[in-house]
Design a binder for this molecule. Sequence first.
Ligand SMILES: Cc1cc2nc3c(=O)[nH]c(=O)nc-3n(C[C@H](O)[C@H](O)[C@H](O)COP(=O)(O)OP(=O)(O)OC[C@H]3O[C@@H](n4cnc5c(N)ncnc54)[C@H](O)[C@@H]3O)c2cc1C
Length: 319
Amino acid sequence: MENSRRNASGRPKASGSDFEAEQENIQELGREVPVGSADYLAPKSLKKALEYRSRYGYKAVVIAGGTDIMVDYFERLSEVSSWLDLTKIQDLKEIKFGPEKIRLGSMVTHRKLATDSRIRENLPLLAESASEVGAWQIQSRGTLGGNIVTSSPAGDALAPLLAYQARFILGSVSGQREVAAEDFFTGPKENVMTQEELLIEVVIPTPREGTLSRWKKVGKRKAMIISSLTMALLLELDDKDEITAARAAYGAVAPRPIRATELEVYLTGRKLTEISAGKAGELAAQEISPITDIRGTVDFRCQVTRDITEQALLGFQQE
Ligand SMILES: Cc1cc2nc3c(=O)[nH]c(=O)nc-3n(C[C@H](O)[C@H](O)[C@H](O)COP(=O)(O)OP(=O)(O)OC[C@H]3O[C@@H](n4cnc5c(N)ncnc54)[C@H](O)[C@@H]3O)c2cc1C
């Protein structure tokens, strides 16, 4: 049992609450808290978390559900000296529905997204993608924020977030900034966040009633599988069935999640019945820049992108 109270470097572990209390005591006494003396920071407030983030930067690794970071941790043990655990911050677990915007705390789990009736109704792309993340154990621990910050091009939430024109609220002790989902991801597992910042919230404009959407995840099997390809397609129509807005987002087909803008231009302004689903599929396949890896070849990804886009549009036309 003694071992379970020690970290990888053999130093004794303090529990989050013990450590927080200890820090507050030291600060009250007016003494400096040396960075690196701690193993586990588990603040209950966002303010405190941001203070820790400012003080420790990358020296404290942020942990949300742990389903990505623990895999990394066990592969590269020595790089982690301290943890900043967000699980006690209730504010980050909230979902707020407004008439114009839906706000999702970064600590909202995939399970919550998959099962919440208002999310299923208003943001079906996100609910459906969440229901296909790993299996229910991973969904119960894994968070939306973790999926975003990991920034894997294959992250299942990312194409839906692009399709919904989500904006991410990044916080630090000096304030907040808002970044469009499209500008956040800069490469495979890379994004614009700095070591002073935490992802606080995801803000999504409430989709108009009657918006059509299709989510598709392609993988080598049905569960516990990293995507070979994802698609989130969204169409807004007017009362004459004319497409007034189209957003087509794809994951795992480029170094970061992308929108197929040529396809969107082709779709916008046309009646749904006038669309050539085959042409739409071709356009989508031309816009991706996939690689060959263990989850699929370039040819496979191009073919599948073409097929699922075509099928989605044929499906809309038959509804
Ligand atoms: C068996 C298994 C199956 C999986 N299947 C899938 C799948 O099908 N689809 C899929 O997309 N993913 C899958 N994953 C990956 C993972 O579950 C998801 O990416 C999940 O959303 C990560 O969330 P988390 O809360 O566990 O993140 P964590 O592991 O806690 O954190 C991930 C990263 O984000 C950082 N971070 C987390 N929250 C914040 C924040 N608020 N501010 C700043 N930084 C933050 C952490 O420091 C870390 O770098 C799977 C993982 C496993 C182990």
